[in-house]
Design a protein around this ligand. Structure first.
Ligand SMILES: Cc1ncc(COP(=O)(O)O)c(C=O)c1O
Length: 271
């Protein structure tokens, strides 16, 4: 663990990230000793900082700290966390925040490799995401909805749970973004009211457009999922997981367009 660039394993007790979730984080895959999709993660972090009014950390400084935390490790998962730091009175933020930076390298999550090739089993969660456009898209530290959703199941063979928002729209998985595949192309939920705008989601959409595969970003309801030819999930650590079963209903895991899988691999990401 590196805190503000120093090897330490204790977070200051007055940090606003701890008290209020007043901060942001990024979770990156590390391959061949390098963090993948660095620019995309840094762009989302900077956007989050701007929206919350936290000074944007110097990217070159973060890169140097990331390199130090990765050390000689070839693979793993790097978590970068930035909070508003200490201070202020109650919720009122300090006038001149001094953000705290935390880096942690950990081994990969160890999901079965077959989940990528043969697909995953997925369920519908009861916990809803609340709508708040001011917080939509960014990866802020308030993740209680995901924590409660993930606590809904213990079966290790269920890889992910899908979440709807308080307005009955399907938004994403607890830790992944969702794509629906039909005869027209690929569709992913609109994230203007809630959800995290994933780096892998953006990469997949970009690759699809380059390949001439039609992409739409729009509101999706649960009945469309029930009629879908196929579904797949994305995040920066897993890459792409096809869905082979949704709440007991079998789906075709071979629906992920091949060029998308190739594109994810080609862009320095070897899931
Ligand atoms: C709630 C949520 N949505 C979506 C994602 C996917 O984001 P990314 O592709 O940047 O990993 C994550 C990643 O952890 C997440 O926690």
């Amino acid at each position: 663990l590196l805190i503000d660039g120093e090897p330490r394993d204790r977070v200051p007790g007055r940090d606003r990230g701890l008290h209020y979730g007043d901060g942001l984080f990024e979770t990156l895959a590390v391959e061949d000793g390098r963090p993948c999709l660095w620019g995309r993660h840094m762009a989302r972090l900077a956007e989050g900082c701007r929206r919350l009014g936290i000074p944007v950390p110097d990217t070159a400084g973060l890169a140097a700290e990331a390199e130090r935390e990765i050390g000689g490790a070839a693979r793993g998962v790097l978590k970068i966390l930035v909070t508003r730091g200490r201070g202020g009175r109650g919720y009122a933020p300090p006038r001149e925040p001094r953000p705290m930076r935390l880096m942690e390298l950990s081994p990969g999550p160890g999901h079965p490799p077959s989940w990528r090739t043969r697909g995953v089993r997925v369920r519908r969660c009861g916990m809803r995401l609340s709508r708040n456009p001011a917080l939509a898209g960014i990866k802020h530290l308030n993740r209680l909805e995901q924590v409660l959703a993930r606590a809904e199941w213990t079966d290790p063979d269920i890889a992910e749970g899908l979440m709807l928002d308080t307005g009955d729209q399907v938004i994403e998985g607890t830790m992944t973004n969702l794509f629906l595949v039909d005869g027209e192309g690929i569709h992913t939920p609109d994230l203007s009211r809630c959800g995290v705008a994933g780096t892998m989601r953006a990469l997949v959409m970009e690759a699809a457009r380059e390949q001439g595969i039609p992409v739409s970003e729009r509101p999706l309801c649960w009945s469309e999922l029930e009629r879908a030819r196929g579904l797949f999930l994305t995040n920066a650590v897993i890459g792409i997981w096809p869905v082979r079963e949704l709440d007991g209903r079998a789906l075709d895991p071979q629906v992920v367009p091949g060029p998308l899988i190739d594109a994810v691999r080609e862009r320095g990401f070897i899931p």
